[in-house]
Design a protein around this ligand. Sequence first.
Ligand code: SF4
Length: 485
Amino acid sequence: MPTMYQPLPEHPHLDARDPGLLAAVARGEARLTPEQGLALLTGAPLHELGRYADARCRDIHGDTYRTYVIDRNINYTNICTAKCIFCAFKRTAKDHDAYTLEHEQLYEKIAELSAIGGTQILMQGGMNPDLSLDWYLTLLAGIKERFPHIHVHAFSPPEMIEFVNFFDPPGADLVEKVRWVLARLKDAGMDSLPGGGGEIFAPAVRTKIGLGKCTAEAWLQTMYAAHSLGMYTSATMMFGHIEGHADRIHHMRMIRHWQDKAIRDFGTGEVPADVAGDPSVKKQTTGGHYTAFISWPFQPDNTALGRLREWPAEGDAEAHGPAFPGDVVAQLDGSGTKDLHPEFGRRLRYAGATEYLRTQATSRLFMDNIYSIGSSWVTMGPHVGQVGLYYGANDMGSVMMEENVVSSAGTTYCLDEAVLCRLIRDAGFTPAQRNNVYDILTVHDGADAPDRRVTDWSAHRAQRLHAEAAKGGAVSQVTVGGRKR
Ligand code: SF4
């Protein structure tokens, strides 16, 4: 995975749509200010935004390959102490459908993944106070013993913060305590830390939707602790609910800032080429940093947040003015308070396909120090995910053997490798399987490519192997190439 972290100049006096500025951003020679990012997100024509985001993506990733990973989402428990109002997945220990999977059940799932050529698990759960540190260490060691070739992309900052609360590790501050826990998990077999639980960082929004979940500062410091140990992490954002547009830019700004900090403090882990073979050169850096950013719109089904009325409901505009409450409250520095609008947090503004593409394209242009931008077909559906490859995304994420969290909120797209390859190829790129650090493992340009081996697309169905939290929920049939599958 190449790195791309030279400090870039800002040009705050220029209009956000200045062609010279956007061309420089697309070449990786200039950085957008938050004000310019907001202006692009809210004001640039969609295709113009997409054109520059695509140019930036091609500058980094080239014109040929677009990638995916074969991994498996494994949710080891749905018992959680938090009360996020956007979540349809969590249960209390007393609920009849609460579960915690046994280690052997988890190993079976990984064996199924390994059998289809998978390389990684994304293993996350609720914040379950009944599980000990030893439970996690034994699990991780057991995974590595049985499946040394499987990358363990596991847990999330909110889980880490609760591990600190549950296990009471030594340390003078949060970063030290998190690092103590992380170091043990890493030694046992955890390879990298996913960016789950990012949601929206601005406190006014976060405290409304994520009851019992860690603060943005704790989330970012947890990632910093992981970076200090040389671990790679990803970052996420869930939008299209009560937040304002400025909240999205603030969120991206915080990740960009902490990525700068991680690179400054820990480097990229790469030894300069001219001294790489010199054994007297001591590697000074650990190189932990964010590798990827993935954003997706809120999925409302079966959630308390989804029961809010959309803005404007009858009489809203007359009583409170036409502006969406989230936009009235949101500030680019995250300082907005709920007091600025009486309906803040009580009205939703969903994000559809164009809003999704605008947000993703803006993230590619604004977050100049993030290597990979993922397209979220899991929430947006395969075809919007496919179009996302022209709006700044270089990666289609994972073949989905199993998904329990988003599907609990009503969205259940499941694609196998052949379908994912076809989506990428139909978009004009060569599909390539990657690993966790975005190195390409297999280029599918031959006759034996997964999609080219399918002889009858009308009979081809994406398979879903397991679904702990959405039993009875039908797998969506999705259309690729004009056919239902
Ligand atoms: S989103 Fe995560 S932390 Fe929040 S309630 Fe659901 S499982 Fe728990």
